[in-house]
Design a protein around this ligand. Structure first.
Ligand code: PLP
Length: 393
């Protein structure tokens, strides 16, 4: 059967391809260490599980409003007030089935055919595909490694056309872990205000920041910027709740209303039990969030130095998320590979370490390693990579 053109144009996820290969090797009994994970390795905190069970036992197992339970919206609104000093009304918030799906819905409601969305590289793999699925055109701007993978105001200005509809800012970033400062956000925001470009601020890694770095939301910098921004967030990464599928958007009420209409015909509502769990996540103790953050920070501190000691590896030190994004172009050349994709394949087959090639994130000289795995595994993996490189040079 001939499939729809829109899905024929989809690029398969590189993340999934390498993860599938690693799984295949593991099933054959190989001792593969996977550093591809995009999710915290901790259990969802107990009080959240308890709240979910309680809600089911109390009979909360039916449809909810499409944009989410009023109590969950309230918890999200309180979170914005406490963390960013931002005030949203309930009709400015929509809860969806994970931040990924909320972003999908957003692009569906804001883009017409040919509308452009500016995406800084390296980017999270789903942005370009979601933009394309909505008929939009991704316009890439290279966040240069020497500028810590961040785009400059000048670069932003250069790619704006009369078709530009939105720009995506993802801070802390997947895959680089870098954060934009308040000043940088102000400068980018000023241009978006001048040119009337919607800012899509993906803040899913907000709670995972290290070395005293502070996450700033562009929406909190002025009332005008708040109006110009749709904030995307969720509980997946902060509360180790990836499987619960709860994410949300906050911003302009017309956009949120359109997203709610669309959701009413696609998902009806995010899973009721998961919404009750998310209420507990935000209204309950935030101590587990901080404990997980500290564990990630400890791993980062130990692993970073070992990683950059590998010949041919350089790495911008991340300040957030749980990824390292080293440039390994020189290591690949030194060890006789034509490109980093081949180097990654050999790392998996020979060194038994699975990492994600940067080509999937728009920067083919890098690899992405996730440190959402035990310190012991991480140390072994980095050791293996080091041995693999030194044996070949
Ligand atoms: N945005 C970024 C940058 C991500 O890395 C992810 C998950 O990997 C998401 C959004 C989606 O998160 P979820 O759909 O689990 O809420």
């Amino acid at each position: 059967m001939k499939l729809a053109n829109r899905v024929m144009a989809l690029t398969p996820s590189t993340t999934l391809a390498i993860t599938a290969k690693a799984k295949e090797l593991k099933e054959k009994g190989e001792d593969v260490i996977g550093l591809g994970a995009g999710e915290p390795d901790f259990n969802t905190p107990q009080h959240i599980l308890d709240a979910a069970v309680k809600s089911m036992n109390e009979g909360h197992t039916k449809y909810t409003p499409s944009a989410g339970l009023p109590a969950l919206k309230k918890a999200i609104i309180n979170k914005f007030q406490t963390d960013q000093g931002l005030t949203y009304k309930p009709n400015e918030v929509i809860v969806g089935n994970g931040a990924k799906h909320v972003l999908y819905t957003l692009f569906q409601v804001i883009l017409n055919d040919g509308d452009e969305v500016i995406i800084p590289t390296p980017y999270w793999v789903s942005y370009p595909e979601q933009v394309k699925l909505a008929g939009g055109v991704p316009v890439y701007v290279e966040g240069l490694e020497q500028n810590n993978f961040k785009i400059t105001p000048q670069q932003l200005k250069e790619v704006i056309t009369d078709k530009t509809k939105a720009v995506i800012i993802n801070s802390p970033s997947n895959p680089t872990g870098v954060l934009y400062t308040e000043q940088e956000l102000l400068e980018l925001g000023k241009i978006c205000l001048e040119k009337d470009i919607l800012i899509v601020s993906d803040e899913i890694y907000e709670k995972l920041v290290y070395s005293g770095a502070k996450h700033v939301s562009i929406a909190e910098l002025s009332p005008e910027l708040k109006e110009q921004t749709i904030v995307i967030n969720g509980v997946s990464k902060s509360h180790s709740m990836t499987g619960w599928r709860i994410g949300y958007a906050a911003g302009n009420k017309q956009i949120v209303e359109a997203m709610t209409n669309l959701a009413s015909h696609s998902t009806s509502n995010p899973t009721t039990t998961a919404q009750y769990a998310a209420i507990a996540a935000y209204n309950g103790s935030q101590e587990p969030v901080e404990e997980m953050r500290q564990a990630f920070e400890k791993r980062l501190e130990i692993i970073y130095d070992k990683l950059v000691a590998i010949p041919g590896f350089t790495c911008v030190k991340p300040q957030g998320a749980f990824y390292l994004y080293p440039n390994v172009k020189r290591a690949a050349e030194m060890t006789g590979f034509n490109n980093v994709d081949d180097f990654v394949e050999a790392l998996l087959v020979e060194a038994k370490v699975a990492v994600i090639p940067g080509s999937g994130f728009g920067t083919p000289d890098n690899i992405r390693l996730s440190y959402a795995t035990s310190l012991e595994q991480l140390e072994r993996a980095v050791e293996r990579m080091g041995e693999f490189v030194t044996a070949k040079v």
